[in-house]
Design a protein around this ligand. Structure first.
Ligand SMILES: Cc1cc2nc3c(=O)[nH]c(=O)nc-3n(C[C@H](O)[C@H](O)[C@H](O)COP(=O)(O)OP(=O)(O)OC[C@H]3O[C@@H](n4cnc5c(N)ncnc54)[C@H](O)[C@@H]3O)c2cc1C
Length: 225
């Protein structure tokens, strides 16, 4: 299933090898035990592991997502080192004309002191000007990108005309433990709104595959074990 995010982005869960049973079985291997089906007591064990930060049993699984997002969102996302990334290359291919423009109602002003900022909706006049100017700048610079590509400039240099709101695509493979850390930080009120939109979708996709782990994560104040 492909879920659209922002104006041109998406998240698709391409593949997964994961379930709640693998969590309890990888914990029980300590005692040479294994269950073939998920039992009522297993839910408790998952809660115990989560609460007491026994994190490694949550690593025996994997999720591969195909993500299309603005480059500035990837800059934040790819700081999460525990996982694997492969991204579209602007050295090897021409990036399509796809850039992010916020909706007017979502243009924000920042108010407050360092460390205590709040974000407020900009006035409609300011929002129109901002989005209009951004659109013009991106369009002009994309045209220059194409012009210099056509003139034979190497794509790796021509791309300097593209902006950080230009869309890129990547594959991201991650295990549930690292995914919980990602969700804890990026599906949070302190995360940048744009990456949070992606994290919300990722959270739903993950939670349907590991519902008991998800429940324990939420009960544990959304902290990764
Ligand atoms: C609201 C917010 C604001 C941010 N602002 C900035 C900013 O201004 N500047 C900036 O540079 N970054 C910023 N970051 C990024 C942040 O510093 C982390 O790089 C990012 O959130 C990834 O988190 P992580 O290291 O826990 O994840 P991962 O890299 O996936 O690591 C997962 C866990 O593995 C362990 N781990 C991984 N690598 C190491 C290591 N080398 N040594 C020890 N333990 C390790 C840690 O326990 C870590 O929590 C911000 C993040 C958020 C959410």
């Amino acid at each position: 299933v492909v879920v659209e995010v922002l104006d041109h982005g998406f998240v698709e869960l391409l593949d997964s090898m994961a379930d709640d049973l693998s969590v309890v079985n990888s914990a029980r291997v300590s005692f040479g035990k294994r269950h073939n089906t998920f039992l009522a007591e297993d839910e408790k064990l998952i809660g115990y592991l989560m609460k007491h930060k026994h994190g490694t049993p949550f690593e025996h699984n994997s999720f591969t997502f195909h993500v299309c997002a603005p480059i500035f969102v990837f800059r934040e996302w790819q700081r999460h080192r525990i996982g694997s990334f492969n991204e579209m290359s602007a050295r090897y291919m021409e990036l399509p004309e796809r850039y992010y423009l916020p909706e007017y109602a979502n243009v924000r002003t920042r108010v407050g002191k360092p460390g205590h900022y709040t974000y407020e909706t900009a006035s409609l006049t300011v929002a129109h000007e901002f989005v209009g100017d951004l659109d013009t700048a991106c369009k002009q610079d994309y045209d220059l990108y194409k012009t210099y590509l056509a003139a034979g400039i190497a794509p790796e240099q021509a791309r300097c005309f593209l902006h950080v709101n230009h869309y890129s695509e990547m594959y991201w493979t991650v295990n549930a433990r690292s995914l919980m850390n990602f969700l804890s930080l990026r599906n949070s009120s302190t995360a940048q709104w744009e990456i949070k939109q992606y994290a919300e979708v990722v959270e739903v996709m993950w939670s349907t595959i590991m519902p008991f782990t998800y429940e324990a994560f939420v009960e544990n104040d959304r902290q990764a074990p």
